[in-house]
Ligand binder design. Structure first.
Ligand code: DAH
Length: 340
């Protein structure tokens, strides 16, 4: 582009400003200096156009060009990352008090934010954190969780098989088994991680998602400990006055088993579109650890009792942020991710 009018100088000012603001390294800064302020830089080149202008144009254009150069030069020299001590860049001296170059910074993915929030609440209650493999054996994913071959509950899980004895874990519950095999009670652990299910992809389900599993095993752990823990969690995470509702359910690895609803945090139980007018949101499955599961792990079910729970992170994030399509979490669209 040739700059021959005062208007065109404003375009140049905009371009240079955008480039100036994007400077994120010493190399960027040097490139900027050469391009705009150097001997053959764009701003010096402007004066070459003066020769062909009428005396009047020369006056206005020349003044505007000088002003533009002073503006850009001034901002460049005053930038916070310039060496204010006046030492040249070849100077061996290094001033650690200078502000750094601005870096465009990323942010945590919304799912990881929710995961950390949930995790921190349980950690503050004394739970430790455990992890297990995503490629899991049939034994840990099903068998030791009281789902022997041909158990009907296996069908509900839409499993990705790697071979006959190996699966992509369909839930984080197998990590419970790994923890109980390795740690003597008392056990208090949460187990976050990614799980996989061969479900049709839609706004409500995706082939992978995240869960957080919880486990508490000791002598005399009772169902009221489960209730108290989940109520305390819900009041920290959702709303300090929230109520929870516990409904009977079925999981092979817990007896009794329950599903837990939390009072809708948006309408406070009155009924709205998020809670489908019911006033309640289902957030997790839970129950008292089944004696068979203890036996698989070598823990004496006569001596110890325990509770377990598992919740889906996507589901909670959808509810908390009012998002209506789970696929958004996996598209890495910066316009979506920047909102959190
Ligand atoms: N693993 C279950 C699922 O993915 C969730 C669950 C239910 C986990 C009850 C538990 C539990 O620990 O006690 O659907």
């Amino acid at each position: 582009m040739e700059y021959k009018t005062v208007e065109s100088l404003e375009i140049l000012r905009k371009e240079a400003t955008a480039e100036f603001e994007a400077i994120a390294s010493e190399q960027n800064a040097e490139n900027f200096r050469v391009k705009y302020l150097g001997k053959k830089g764009v701003l010096r080149d402007l004066m070459k156009s003066l020769g062909a202008m009428s005396p009047e144009d020369r006056k206005t254009f020349g003044a505007a060009a000088n002003e533009l150069r002073a503006d850009i030069e001034g901002r460049f020299n005053d930038a916070p990352w310039q060496n204010k001590t006046g030492a040249s860049s070849t100077d061996a001296g290094f001033d650690p008090t200078l502000p750094g170059y601005p870096f465009p910074s990323g942010s945590l993915h919304p799912l990881m934010k929710i995961r950390d929030e949930i995790r921190n609440i349980f950690v503050s209650m004394g739970f430790s954190i455990a992890y297990g493999p995503e490629v899991e054996s049939d034994y840990y994913n099903f068998q030791a969780l009281n789902m022997p071959p041909f158990h009907p509950a296996r069908d509900m899980q839409d499993t990705f098989y790697i071979d006959e004895k190996t699966v992509l874990r369909t839930h984080t519950s197998p990590v419970q088994i790994r923890v109980m095999e390795n740690v003597k009670p008392p056990i208090r652990a949460i187990m976050p991680g990614r799980v996989y299910r061969n479900e049709e992809i839609s706004a409500r389900s995706y082939c992978l998602f995240h869960q957080i599993e919880g486990l508490y095993v000791d002598e005399n752990v009772s169902f009221s400990d489960l209730k108290g823990t989940l109520l305390a969690f819900s009041r920290r995470f959702f709303d300090e006055k929230t109520h929870i509702k516990i409904r009977p359910s079925y999981f092979p690895f817990t007896e009794p088993s329950v599903e837990v609803d939390v009072e809708c945090f948006l309408c406070k139980g009155k009924g709205c579109s998020i809670c489908k007018q019911s006033g309640w949101l289902e957030i997790l499955g839970a129950g008292m650890v089944h004696p068979n599961v203890f036996k698989y792990c070598g823990i004496d079910p006569e001596k110890y009792t325990g509770f377990a729970f598992g919740m889906g992170i996507e589901r909670i994030a959808l509810l908390k942020y009012g998002i209506d399509d789970i696929r958004l979490f996996y598209e890495n669209d910066a316009r979506f991710l920047k909102q959190f």
